[in-house]
Every structure is written in C-alpha cells, then in structure tokens.
Ligand binder design. Structure first.
Ligand SMILES: NC(=O)C1=CN([C@@H]2O[C@H](COP(=O)(O)OP(=O)(O)OC[C@H]3O[C@@H](n4cnc5c(N)ncnc54)[C@H](O)[C@@H]3O)[C@@H](O)[C@H]2O)[C@@H](O)CC1
Ligand SMILES: Nc1ncnc2c1ncn2[C@@H]1O[C@H](COP(=O)(O)OP(=O)(O)O)[C@@H](O)[C@H]1O
Ligand SMILES: [K+]
Length: 483
C-alpha cells in the first residue's frame, strides 16, 4: 500500500522528528536525497549546468543545499532567487561551493532545473515572479526536478490554480503528499521519487492510500478446491435498453471476466438478444415487466448502464434497490437516483460509480469544480449519500466514510472512450458478488481496469470490449507483481 499525507500531517510529523535532531539535520537529509537523484539524471555531473529556482521558504533551502552538493562535484550551479527573502545559510553554502546567483535568463540553457519555489508551505495560485519562472522552466529543454511537490500544485489535494511547474521527476521528502497522487497535480509531478528522511515513525494515519499490484492480488478472491459456481458468487446485471444495447453487453463482458461464478442478465428485448448472442455464458432473463422476481438469487447487482431513465427503468431500479444484497449503481441508474434520492435509503451496501458529470447531478456541484478537487467531492458525496463512491476520470478516487480515500494509480488516457465505464461496472460488480466490500471491490476493479486498459491499448486506441478481454491478463500481471 502506498500511503500519502496532507501538508498539515507532514508538518506535524516533521516537528516531532525535528525536535530529536540537531538543527538543520532534516534539511541536509532532504538535500542529499535530492542531489543524488539529480546526479543520477545528469549522469556526469562535472561541467553540467544546473539552475535552482529558489523561493523564500525551506523548499528553497532544500534546493540551495542540493545545489551546493552538485557544485562540489563540479556542476555549474546558478540560483535564481525569486522570493522576498532567501534561506541564508543555504545560499552561503552554495556560494562557498562555487555556485552563483543569476537572473531568470539562465533557465533556458540549463541541463537540469531544480524547482525549489514552494513546497508544502504554499497557499493559493503561484504569485509573480514564481508563475513566470514556472512557465520558463516548462518551456526549457532541461530536465525539471521538483522539490517535494511541483510548485503550483496544492500538496494536500492536487489542486492547481494558475501556473504550475511540470516536472520530469519530483523528489518528495519523507512521505508522499496526497497532491502527488491526484490529478491535476499527479499529471504534472512526473516520476515521483520518495526521499527517506526518517519521518516514518512520526506519520499519522494516512490521508489517502493507493493499492499496489501486490495488494490487489492479496484481495482478489480465488476459487478453492471446494468451489462451485454458486459459492463463487452470482452477479445480477440490470442494464441496457432498446436504445442502448451495447452497455448491457459490455457490463456483462466485464462481469464475466471478473471471476464471478455466474452472471445473470435481466433486461428488455433488444439488449437480451444482444447479450444472448455475445455471451452464451450469461444466464439471461427477458423482463416483460420491470420486476426481478424470476431472475434467481444473486449476491450483488449492477444497476444502470444503458438502462434508460423512463418509468420502466425507475421501477426496475426500485426493485433492485429493495433487495438485501450490495448494489452497484452506475450511469442511467445514477440519473434515476439523483431524481429520486430516496431509492438509496437501504440497509445493504451501495457503491456508486459516477464520472464528474454524473456526480455533479447527485450532489449539486459544478462539474469543473469536481474535476479540480476530486477527493473533496468524492468524500462529500460519500458522507452526504451514505454510500461508497468510485469517482471516475483521469484519476479515479474511491471514498467511503471513516476510511482513507483510495486513489488509483493505474490506467491510460486511452481509456477515455465510450463504454469502458460499463466494463468497469461489470468487473466491480463481479468482485462485490464474490464477497469483497464496496471499498475493496471498487479499488481493486479500478486498479485492474487501469492495467487492462494499458494492456489493451499498448500505445494505440482501444475499444471498450478490448478492456474486458484484457481483464484476465491484468489479473495475471498483478499476480506476477506479487511474486
Ligand atoms: N524544515 C525542514 O527542516 C525541512 C523542510 N523541508 C522542505 O520545506 C518545505 C516547506 O517549507 P516552508 O514551510 O518554508 O514552506 P515553502 O518553502 O513551501 O513555502 C513558503 C514560502 O513561500 C511563500 N509562498 C506561499 N505561497 C506562495 C505562492 N502561492 N506564491 C508565491 N509564494 C508563496 C510564502 O510566503 C513563504 O515564504 C517542504 O516542502 C520541503 O521542501 C523538507 O525538506 C524536510 C525538512
Ligand atoms: N484521462 C483519463 N485517464 C485515465 N482513465 C480515464 C481517463 N478518462 C476516463 N478514464 C476512465 O475511463 C472510464 C470511462 O468511464 P465512463 O466515463 O463511465 O465512460 P462510458 O460511460 O462511456 O463507459 C473510467 O474508468 C475512467 O476512469
Ligand atoms: K517545489
């Protein structure tokens, strides 16, 4: 499990650790780690041009001391002092080692640019001249290494207001910051290198966690020698309509690859014909009425992809949600519950899987605001609606009250294509039917879906059906990672 923390949590841990160490020791650890990563990136340090963008706080201090270390190894180090004040001891150390102070013009020609403008002490959008320097660093040809977080990214949320440094590598001190795992922050952090400064024992419970392949492998249900198809878990899928038949096919496809013992599909005529034709493995019930009476027992339901939002769909949703098994609500199912929130009042667990647009209807927030602050809105929805929330998008977030939010680190932008969400619903539903909690089913499904997307795309466009096909390979990949 990779864990991440807010700026306040990091500061608290730093204070506790600092109290036990000689003054400045922590910053030296940070600078040593930072300089080592930079030296690695440079290959040969001697004679290379390194530019430090130095802000007024300790983030700038880290950069100056790292600059000192590189200067002692023969690098030509120039510091652009951007703040109203400068870490004095750090600057002295740099100058003593042969470094120089320069103006912003040097950024363009640098081999390596160290972004020490702001770290966890930042508040709001970057002010000038920081914003301009960030843009110059982004336009320069040299590798950009961010200290702790890329300047312009809110360390606690991943929010970016205004300009932000786009780093090739971020060297983060002591522990991951939440903002490095959540877009838009994650998208500009590049490769994140954790620099151990001894903070571990002082860290509180994490703000967010990200599953690794090993974690997912450990959570996935596996059939034992005694298993039969019923005991492995049966999933019901209520999806598709005469207008949207594909959503039913894709959701069932995701479900069949998700390891359930059986998938029961229930729907209207046109999707029933399609599901029958595509998936002989599914047990299909044609619904003359919006009732699930004749579908047979299931351990979980997926409700909503392509279902439509008419009175018939509403009635079917009400019946599914009146059962006593976990229900995953997606797509049109979300539209139905946003119109009739009472549907979500049930004793058994609910997992909702909205994208930002669907969540905006559920909690009355602006779509752009949700995309800018995913964690905050996913958490809010979980609290207000009393459900587990899987918020889809470039960073998928899983939120449930009383547990650290989970952030998914797998996936590819090629997944941004019609129908992949339906596959995800089927997969997550299959995991629910096998007995995983909403929280684990959602986070494992997001992880595997992302890996499957990467395998299916392999650098080129994918179709949603390819993602379903790649799910078993994704499971093998996580099993490999665990070995
Ligand atoms: N204190 C220590 O011994 C250690 C400090 N560390 C470093 O220290 C950093 C935190 O240092 P600070 O608490 O001094 O804070 P920062 O250096 O992150 O930033 C604070 C300074 O930036 C200015 N500022 C804030 N928001 C701004 C904005 N939007 N535009 C322009 N200027 C802005 C503030 O006026 C203040 O002077 C960490 O991110 C990390 O890099 C770590 O290396 C661990 C050790
Ligand atoms: N930029 C992106 N990077 C990675 N994954 C993405 C990106 N955009 C969307 N996705 C993923 O693709 C899927 C799209 O689902 P959804 O929006 O429901 O589409 P649909 O309704 O067409 O199935 C989700 O799993 C989402 O997390
Ligand atoms: K920084």
């Amino acid at each position: 499990m990779r864990t991440a923390y807010t700026a306040d949590q990091i500061r608290g841990a730093e204070h506790a650790l600092m109290a036990r160490l000689p003054e400045g020791a922590l910053m030296q650890r940070a600078a040593a780690g930072l300089a080592a990563v930079c030296a690695d990136l440079l290959g040969r340090v001697y004679g290379r041009r390194v530019v430090l963008l130095v802000g007024s706080g300790d983030n700038g201090g880290d950069a100056l001391y790292a600059g000192e270390r590189l200067a002692r190894r023969g690098a030509r180090v120039e510091a652009v002092l951007a703040g109203s004040k400068t870490h004095e001891a750090g600057l002295r150390a740099l100058l003593d080692a042969g470094g120089r102070v320069a103006d912003g013009h040097v950024v363009e020609a640098a081999d390596l640019i160290i972004d020490g403008l702001v770290g966890i002490g930042a508040s709001g959008a970057l002010r000038e001249p920081y914003a301009r320097l960030a843009q110059e660093a982004n336009a320069a040809r040299g590798t950009v290494v961010a200290v702790d977080v890329p300047s312009g990214v809110d360390a606690s949320s991943g929010r970016v207001e205004g300009a932000a440094v786009r780093a090739g590598v971020t060297v983060t001190m002591g522990a991951y910051k939440t903002g490095l795992l959540v877009d838009p922050g994650a998208a500009v952090a590049g490769r994140v290198e954790l620099c151990d400064i001894g903070l571990g024992p002082y860290l509180p419970d994490p703000d967010v966690a990200a599953l690794t392949g090993r974690d997912v492998d450990g959570l996935l249900p596996r059939p034992g020698g005694e298993s039969d198809k019923y005991r492995r878990g049966v999933l019901g899928v209520a999806a598709g309509s005469d207008l949207f038949t594909g959503a039913a096919v894709l959701a069932v496809g995701g479900a069949l690859r998700g390891g359930a013992g059986m998938v029961r599909y229930a729907g209207r005529e046109a999707p029933v014909a399609q599901v029958r034709a595509q998936w002989p493995e599914a047990v299909v019930t044609l619904l003359d009425e919006p009732s699930i009476e004749h579908v047979g027992r299931v351990q979980a339901w997926v409700l909503g992809p392509g279902l439509g939002t008419d009175a018939w769909a509403h009635e079917l949703a009400a019946r599914v949600l009146a059962t006593d098994v976990p229900v995953l609500v997606d797509a049109d199912g979300l539209t139905l519950v946003s119109r009739d929130p009472g549907l979500l009042r049930r004793a058994a667990p609910v997992l909702i899987t909205p994208h930002a647009g669907e969540l905006s209807r559920l909690i009355g927030a602006d779509r752009a605001a949700i995309e800018a602050a995913r964690l905050e809105h996913a958490r809010r929805a979980a609290a207000e609606l009393g459900v587990t929330v899987l918020l889809k998008g470039s960073t998928t977030v899983v939120a449930e009250e009383g547990r650290p939010a989970r952030v998914n680190v797998t996936g590819t932008p090629w997944l941004a294509t019609g129908g992949t969400g339906d596959v995800l619903s089927g997969l997550a539903g299959a995991l629910l039917a096998q007995g995983l909690s909403c929280y684990d089913a959602a986070s494992c499904a997001a992880f595997l879906h992302g890996v499957a997307g990467g395998l299916a795309a392999d650098g080129a466009p994918l179709a949603a059906a390819d993602v379903a096909t790649a799910i078993p390979a994704a499971m093998r990949t996580v099993a490999e990672a665990a070995r």
